[in-house]
Write a protein that binds this ligand. Sequence first.
Ligand code: 6PG
Length: 247
Amino acid sequence: PSPSVVYSFDSPNELTEKLADFIVKAQTEAVSKKGRFTVALSGGSLPKQLNKLIDNPAVKWDRWQVFFADERCVPLDHDDSNYNLCRKELFSKVPIPEQNIHPIDVSLLDDLEELADAYEKALINEFAQKDSARFPVFDLILLGIGPDGHTCSLFPDHALLTEEDRWVAYIDDSPKPPPRRITLTFPVLNHSSRVVFVAAGESKAEILSTILDNPEAGLPASRVKPSHPGQVYWYVDNAASAKVKYQ
Ligand code: 6PG
């Protein structure tokens, strides 16, 4: 894997502008190659940080196929739902066709294993047969980082950190509530064309320096290393990168 590329900006506003430029460029490249753009979104502050895509005439919303990096096991209209957050901050404000959005819908199945399998099937449907493609290759996966270094619902020291086979998995012991969650796995993150971590503010400074300067600590975010030609990018503000040494 190539080393991460870190872009640090003076202000959160500049960060969101440059992030939008990056996403548009990735979209344009993907659409010109294969007519569609596959992206996975996260919750937290990420959906809000996509606001510079709204009203941007270069975004071809009808070409987007939107999946979720992880989801809390709550109804889709719940305040804790990542889908709901994305709907409020983005989908409701842009002309993206409903059928291009692929939520992880807990109302469909009670059993978490079945729910993870069903989402894996949705991915197989989009990314061809599992036999022909060992893992899906997303054009872009957008991630946040938690104060403990978690990303998606992949938490430090969790058994899922060593998952090698499944595309989608569940946990029922998340240290951060709610405990029941569905998440993409490391093999999926590590086959993506691009993974972008987005982090802003002083509260991220300590964990960013641990992730970037001390990868041998093995925090989940440090384990995201897509195989060639995949690339990890960090879009952060100067407050978040203040303690990072290697830049
Ligand atoms: C969760 C959160 C989490 C989030 C990070 C970053 O489900 O635990 O959604 O994964 O992405 O904690 O959060 P912020 O983007 O709000 O800083």
